[in-house]
Design a protein. Structure first.
Length: 254
């Protein structure tokens, strides 16, 4: 069966993560500014791709995923010749109106995360409603997806699921540091942390966070002591402020 084609504009980390997730189900064209970087991208991806420089970029009739830095949109838009069928953008804080500088029939904003390369991204979507089902199916090839009701909601989702891996990485590192400080070997702490996150990822799919916490916390036990320390240190408020700050930044980038 012939694979449908997807054109990814950009060759950075998120573009590679998306390509890793999409390569099984789609043939890929990557558009970039540098031949060597495109060659390196192909090597990292591990399959043959169509490589195109911006100077030769034609998007007429194609499904494209825009995956460049938001600040580069005005620079690259004039180099894209023709009218795309569907344009998906993963540019944080870049409105649907701004995306119309690139000619396309339909537009969707998407916010995946780096877990796309493992096929387990959480992607939030918003845009032309006629593309809803196709957009959900496309991004479910790299994990889970959800269609939201407004661009405001997508900016909040960007702060949560888009930026979230960085927040969880900080927590993961801090937990390991704590275990090492108490006397555990670093490699053992890392192994335990990875097992913890893998198991937690499964549990949280079907159990509300509050119930999961209650199931672990016995009266006067170790979890209750540790949980109290987290509350005393303001971890809950810190997480809420992280979402607020990231959301505010997403709005500033428009």
């Amino acid at each position: 069966m012939t694979k449908h084609s997807i054109t990814i504009i950009g060759n950075g980390k998120m573009a590679l993560a998306l390509a890793q997730g999409l390569k099984k189900n789609y043939s890929l064209e990557i558009i970039g500014r540098n031949t060597k970087k495109l060659d390196d991208f192909e090597v990292q991806l591990g399959i043959k791709i169509e490589k195109t420089l911006y100077a030769n970029a034609a998007i007429d009739g194609k499904t494209i995923i825009l995956c460049v830095k938001p600040s580069n949109l005005t620079e690259i838009a004039p180099s894209l010749k023709g009218k795309a069928t569907n344009l998906y953008s993963v540019l944080a804080g870049t409105s649907l109106e701004s995306l119309r500088s690139i000619d396309a029939h339909q537009y969707v904003r998407a916010m995946p995360n780096l877990a796309a390369e493992k096929g387990v991204s959480m992607t939030a979507l918003v845009g032309d409603i006629a593309l809803r089902d196709e957009a959900l199916a496309l991004f479910e090839s790299i994990g889970m997806s959800i269609w939201l009701g407004s661009e405001k909601e997508l900016d909040i989702a960007t702060a949560l699921s888009g930026s979230g891996p960085a927040y969880l990485a900080l927590i993961a590192e801090a937990l390991c540091d704590g275990a090492v400080r108490e006397g555990l070997k670093r490699d053992d702490a890392l192994t335990l942390m990875r097992g913890l996150f893998k198991g937690f990822g499964e549990l949280i799919q079907t159990i509300h966070p509050a119930l999961l916490k209650d199931n672990v916390m016995s009266p006067g036990g170790t979890t209750a002591a540790g949980y109290g320390a987290l509350e005393k240190s303001g971890v809950r408020e810190g997480c809420m402020q992280a979402i607020q700050a990231a959301h505010a930044r997403a709005k500033e980038m428009k």
